[in-house]
Design a protein around this ligand. Structure first.
Ligand code: PXL
Length: 264
């Protein structure tokens, strides 16, 4: 009986970086997958050296090794959904694109991680158009924050009107819906979805708390809600609310930003 249950448990894959503080990246993704009721597996694009204050450096293993990690898991497991976070190196982009080709039938959530909130670049800026072109027509939804939306669309994104423009422009570029995350410190921030037809605005209320890992939290919980069968707009609403609740409970462990714990 227990064996039958484990065979029915759906497995989600995170393709992401390792944050030793556990506040973001693959560690957080896997904790959320498990918290929501899925099995979680992760393949690492890069290992960072960071604490709760800042990213000091990172190392991306050769892209062949990323593919080997995927292939090795894939020999025995099928994935019910895939989340992509930090890419780490432009050479990982074609490998990720190939993995997406092999997982066309399941939800794919992409969180475009370009820069840590402490300022360090996690993917070279010049690789952004290359990255976006490799995601085109292969993903379910892209979830940039305001800065990432600006870097992808080429225009500043500071308010709900600019979020709307950026969301539709980005949806055109990737040929997929776009959820722009409206920041976590400004008053009355919103998340805004453009699904290719219309806009949806998710009010977040105000929390004056700058928390590490909110982007990873939102995108990995969004993947969970999609795989559970919710339509996109409902899944975004649930993920936005789940993230908001987690921000309220974030804990300060080091001297830097508070971090999220899906177990609290
Ligand atoms: O929050 C973005 C992010 C994602 N993934 C990893 C990170 C960070 C930010 O520091 O280190 C691995």
């Amino acid at each position: 009986m227990a064996r039958l249950k484990s065979l029915r448990t759906k497995t989600l894959l995170s393709i992401a970086g390792y944050d030793p503080s556990s506040g973001a990246g693959a560690v957080l993704d896997l904790a959320i997958f498990r918290k929501v009721g899925f099995a979680g597996m992760g393949i690492l694009t890069a290992a960072t050296a960071q604490n709760t204050k800042k990213v000091v450096s990172y190392y991306a293993p050769p892209s062949k090794f990323l593919f080997l990690q995927y292939q090795t898991l894939r020999r025995e497991v099928s994935f019910a959904g895939v989340k992509i976070g930090m890419v780490g190196h432009r050479k990982n982009i074609p490998v990720i694109s190939r993995i997406l080709d092999e997982n066309r039938a399941v939800p794919i959530v992409v969180d475009p991680v370009f820069r840590a909130s402490s300022g360090a670049w996690l993917l070279e800026k010049a690789a952004i158009p290359y990255y976006i072109s490799h995601l085109r027509e292969k993903i379910s939804v892209l979830t940039p924050n305001l800065e990432e939306a600006g870097l992808i669309s080429g225009r500043k994104v500071r308010n709900p009107e600019e979020m709307k423009e950026a969301a539709s422009r980005i949806a055109d570029l990737v040929a997929a819906p776009c959820l722009v995350k409206g920041g976590h410190v400004s008053k009355g921030a919103v998340d805004l979805l453009f699904d290719g037809h219309r806009y949806y605005v998710f009010e977040k209320g105000k929390i004056n708390k700058d928390v590490h890992g909110t982007g990873c939290f939102l995108s990995s919980s969004l993947l969970c809600f999609l795989v559970k069968g919710h339509p996109l707009a409902k899944a975004c609403e649930l993920a936005s609310a789940f993230t908001h609740a987690a921000i309220k409970k974030a804990v300060k462990i080091g001297r830097g930003k508070p971090i999220l714990s899906p177990l609290l």
